[in-house]
Design a protein around this ligand. Structure first.
Ligand code: ADP
Length: 610
């Protein structure tokens, strides 16, 4: 029989050290972690038993037992799950494979001392959290794939012992964890403390948890219960336990469908963007249960990419139990279910948008980007479904608006939906063009996310109204007849001046023209063609696309005193400097960088000191 003393892997040592010396006050979470490991182990066993019934032939009980041995100062937690072989113990308990724990250590090190405690609660550090309450842990485990039982023990210092031992009569299968409690953790040897902790953190575990003879939890899965019998708190606890969040979710949808298609889904939206959400590590998907058996953790096909931020589960009795994970992807029944779920979520979201705008906005600010990407996906294949979920800030009230609400407010003679892009809301609000439009009673959508304009471009129109950037070359829709006439006359009058301006700007702009709607601004910038000003900025950030530039139009405000100055500057060199400075000014206002800050400063200084 094998027996070894091993060193913990460096990272594990670090984590252990943190746990042993932890002054975290909420130590009780160790029990939640051990119970949930036990529950996972039973899940694994039941899943494997679907195709290999031999696995459960010695023992067909699935439960978690807690025992208190006050005399010997021990707390024992055992499950009848899959257990572990010799190698598995080495792999799973000796090392930290889980990326979550690595992230934990990194976060912990970065955090300031007063924040560190919080982090322990946030992550849930699994098995090792038991070292907060125990000065020695002994584990016995029997896997149906091994003939012998494995004993593992450690004092939480740098090493652990692992050996093969004779099978125990009272451990036919599963894992027994014996904690020798440390001086400060005697409270966990009291029945009522254990009862309270299990109720608080593990009530929704789907296998019975016993303390001696007494069953502590209510293992009817929460999603199987009647909605009216479930409290908000139960929904929240279940979420935190199942999806490893330390915070309550923002909201949940509990969907029960009956008829030719039958399933139950419980879907949550987290309150915040998970740290790994925009990384490759993030995996979308819903948990899948069939006839109460846990089949898999992240069934991707159950939820579309644009709702990837949602967490939850689906339970259906209509699947064959003899199913492999590969076949799942093509299962007809599942495809129908996922289509149906998608529709239900859309309906729920629209309801939320209408009835609980605040919550919707919280969700939008955390995850709205995912939905916008969804609109853009595959040239807009999903745009019809998603367009009414989009919200944008607008000049109407400094609030979010849907496209539908915008269109309802549109003036009778307004043919298009106006938008403007910019770095942030404050900057956009101060743009002279926006102010002028607002004064004239036109509403403008504020696009502050780089991908917004691409999203609108994919939509092309909403309710038969095209989208129009107020920076677009042919945007003059808000001019009334009189204004138009005045401008055209002025342009005729100043034709040679405008040609000169274009020439002196030396290839920087396609055209120079007048715009009487620039408010207090002396100059403005517009674009024509496919690439807008905002798109140029976005494209510049994508390697290989730096050369893609908007065709720019330089606009002069005929009502600004500087226009007179331009007109009256006869010295060509001076006019050239003046235009250079003004053009660069318009770049700045539109959120571009100066072409050359030093040259700009020199020319500006020259003009000032004149
Ligand atoms: P996590 O459970 O989050 O993966 P842990 O540190 O708690 O992290 O556990 C590490 C691994 O050890 C688990 O993934 C599992 O493979 C194994 N393990 C832990 N507890 C048990 C148990 N009671 N039965 C079987 N395997 C277990």
């Amino acid at each position: 029989m094998r027996k070894q003393t091993e060193n913990f892997q460096a990272e594990t040592k670090e984590l252990l050290n943190l746990m042993v010396h932890s002054i975290y006050t909420n130590k009780e979470i160790f029990l939640r972690e051990l119970i949930s490991n036990g529950s996972d182990a039973i899940d694994k066993l039941k899943f494997k038993a679907l195709t290999d019934t031999d696995l459960t032939k010695d023992l067909d009980e699935f439960k978690i037992n807690i025992k208190i041995d006050k005399e010997n100062n021990k707390l024992i937690i055992e499950d009848t799950g899959i257990g572990m072989t010799f190698d598995e113990v080495n792999e799973n308990i000796g090392t930290i494979a889980k990326s979550g724990s690595k992230a934990f250590i990194e976060k912990f090190k970065e955090a300031k001392e007063n924040e560190q405690l919080d982090i322990i609660g946030q992550f849930g550090v699994g098995f090792y959290s038991a070292f907060m309450v125990a000065n020695e842990i002994t584990l016995f485990t029997k896997s149906p794939y091994s003939d012998v039982t494995i004993k593992w023990s450690s004092k939480g210092d740098g090493t652990y012992e692992i050996e093969e031992v004779e099978n125990l009569d009272d451990l036919k299968r599963g894992t027994r964890i014996i904690l020798s409690m440390n001086e400060d953790s005697k409270e966990f040897l009291e029945d009522y403390t254990i009862r309270m902790i299990v109720k608080k953190h593990s009530n929704s575990i789907k296998y019975p948890i016993y303390l001696g003879e007494e069953k502590l939890n209510n293992e009817t899965p929460i999603w199987k219960k009647d909605k009216k019998d479930i409290t908000e708190e139960e929904y929240n606890e279940f979420y935190k336990n199942t999806f490893f969040d330390f915070e309550d979710p923002l909201l949940h949808f509990h969907i029960k469908v009956q008829g030719s298609l039958e399933y139950t889904a419980l879907i949550y939206v987290p309150k915040r963007t998970p740290m790994d959400f925009y990384t490759r590590d993030y995996k979308r998907g819903l948990q899948l249960y069939t006839k109460n058996v846990f089949i898999m953790d992240k069934a991707e096909s159950l939820i579309p990419e644009y709702f990837s931020f949602m967490k939850g589960l689906v339970d259906t009795d209509n699947l064959s139990l003899n199913i492999s994970r590969e076949i799942l992807q093509q299962d007809n029944e599942l495809t129908k279910i996922s289509k149906n779920i998608e529709k239900k979520i859309e309906t729920e979201l629209k309801k939320l948008l209408k009835d609980e705008r605040e919550k919707y906005i919280t969700m939008w600010e955390a995850f709205g980007r995912t939905i916008k990407f969804g609109v853009q996906e595959m040239y807009g294949i999903n745009k019809e479904k998603l367009q009414d979920l989009l919200i944008f800030k607008s000049s109407y009230k400094d609030e979010y608006t849907t496209l539908k609400e915008y269109v309802e407010r549109m003036k009778e003679d307004q043919k298009e939906i106006y938008y403007v892009s910019g770095e942030n809301e404050e900057l956009i609000k101060s743009l002279p063009k926006v102010k002028v439009l607002k004064d004239k009673g036109f509403e403008v959508l504020f696009l502050t996310d780089r991908i917004d304009e691409f999203t609108l471009k994919t939509l092309m129109n909403y309710s038969e109204k095209q989208f129009k950037s107020i920076n677009d070359a042919d945007f003059n829709h808000t001019e009334d007849e009189k204004e138009k006439e005045t401008r055209e006359n002025l342009e005729k009058e100043n034709k040679s001046l405008l040609d000169k301006v274009k020439e002196l700007l030396g290839g920087r702009v396609e055209e120079a023209r007048l715009n009487g709607n620039l408010g207090s601004g002396a100059v403005g910038l517009a674009s024509k063609g496919e690439i807008s000003l905002e798109m140029e900025k976005t494209l510049a950030e994508i390697p290989g696309n730096e050369g893609m530039k908007a065709k720019k139009i330089f606009e002069l405000n005929p009502n600004h005193p500087l226009f007179e100055k331009i007109k009256n500057t006869t010295d060509e060199e001076e006019l050239k400097d003046l235009l250079y400075v003004l053009y660069n000014q318009s770049l700045l206002v539109e959120g571009f960088n100066l072409e050359n800050p030093i040259e700009f400063s020199e020319k500006l200084n020259k003009l000032i000191t004149k």
